[in-house]
Design a protein around this ligand. Structure first.
Ligand SMILES: [Mn+2]
Length: 65
């Protein structure tokens, strides 16, 4: 929903506001996108996994983080 880079500290950092959407299928087997917060909080290190996945995605798409 929002991504803002802050340069007000020694290390530039991003404040990210997002909606957790998962790609899944409905009861009939049709592919759907679904808003599911619980999918992102299953494990103790869910946010670490999310940060790692975000980093990997950005680097693979040409950003130098
Ligand atoms: Mn900040």
């Amino acid at each position: 929903m929002s991504a803002t880079v802050h340069r007000d500290e020694a290390t530039p950092h991003m404040h990210l506001i997002f909606l957790p959407v998962v790609h899944t299928v409905d009861k009939k087997g049709n592919p759907i996108d679904k808003l599911v917060c619980s999918e992102f909080r299953k494990a103790k290190d869910s946010y670490r996994q999310l940060q790692d996945a975000f980093y990997k995605y950005m680097v693979e798409n040409g950003f130098h983080l």
